[in-house]
Design a protein around this ligand. Sequence first.
Ligand SMILES: Cc1ncc(COP(=O)(O)O)c(CNc2conc2O)c1O
Length: 381
Amino acid sequence: KNEFHRDTWIEVDLDAIQYNISQLAGQLKQDTVIMAVVKANAYGHGYLEVAEAALEAGAEWLAVAFLDEALFLRKHGFTAPILVLGAARPDDAGLAAAHGIRLTVFSADWIRSAREFLEADVLHIHLKIDTGMGRLGFTDQNGLADAEAFASDDSLINIEGAFTHFATADEPDRTYADQQHERFLEFLDVFQQKPPMIHASNSAGAFLRDNSAFNAVRFGISMYGLVPSGDIRHEMPAPLKPALSMYTKMVQVKKLKQGEKVSYGATYTAGQDEWIATLPIGYADGWIRQMQGFEVLAGEHRAEIIGRVCMDQCMIRLPFEMQEGSVVTLVGEVLNDRILLDDIAAHNGTIHYESACLLTARVPRMYRKNGVIKKVFNHLN
Ligand SMILES: Cc1ncc(COP(=O)(O)O)c(CNc2conc2O)c1O
């Protein structure tokens, strides 16, 4: 039985994941394929349980950043098509083909090199076009034409898809994304034979843009119930349910006398006699040092993180004496107060994508389905 022995844990509500997917499906043209983006440990939520819940809820593909993530999913029994969104080595083309893993290709030379490593299994590739993200993709039409010509002559290479990625789909001003959309259509006209799968949108594009020219979307952040950015929160066509919450418990509660110190560097001095609790979570869990000064919920009361955050622990100032073992909500709702990943991100001057991904494997994940905890994943046992 997978259990854990430290009172800090993440709870992932799989019903929320499934709800969010159904909310998206309701917005899309019939038969649009939903690719569940589960890269980076499913944005910190846990590869395996999220992938399973997403596929059960109607996502038909999985998408990851790197080949190792796809191989990991295959090793754990996932048979759905998987697209690697990032670069793979040409030498690994045979390995990917053998596992039905789709690779992203952005140069004809890559295909020529990869061809040497194909023997029996067909490699399915999605040609990525850089229409303005400036990250990965063909940047000129001749290169794309060259790649298509080479691949279409080869029975072991199947051009299954073409895609692009928006840099600003989560911004109110549509200008740049519209330009990317137009440039993508121009590149698509280069194909002698248009690939069967054409996709462009991430979560923001999927909810806010017209995807009728395409037949798949790559659904990441909003599958986890997070609005891509605050700037377009008011434009979102369907409500979402955040899937992740995180809790810990007070392992020690003590009264500090005025003038006494807390944590490394003794940088915090009690301004008066104060009740202090120690929490078993620190920066090695992704609860980074910048979290100093952030307020968590001790029971239903706001409590500030005081003194330096340690590798495995941190301290909070309580409004009054509380019982050791009391639950502290780090992300989640308590009565009529709540702490969101957005709040953590804002405190750290970042975005919730990063705050979620930083939650390390050391934090056990509990998975709730139909209201009950159905699985506990502790990577240490
Ligand atoms: C190519 C590609 N498609 C789809 C997605 C999903 O986007 P969403 O989570 O906004 O729905 C991403 C996310 N990539 C990143 C998200 O944050 N940083 C990234 O590089 C991506 O890189």
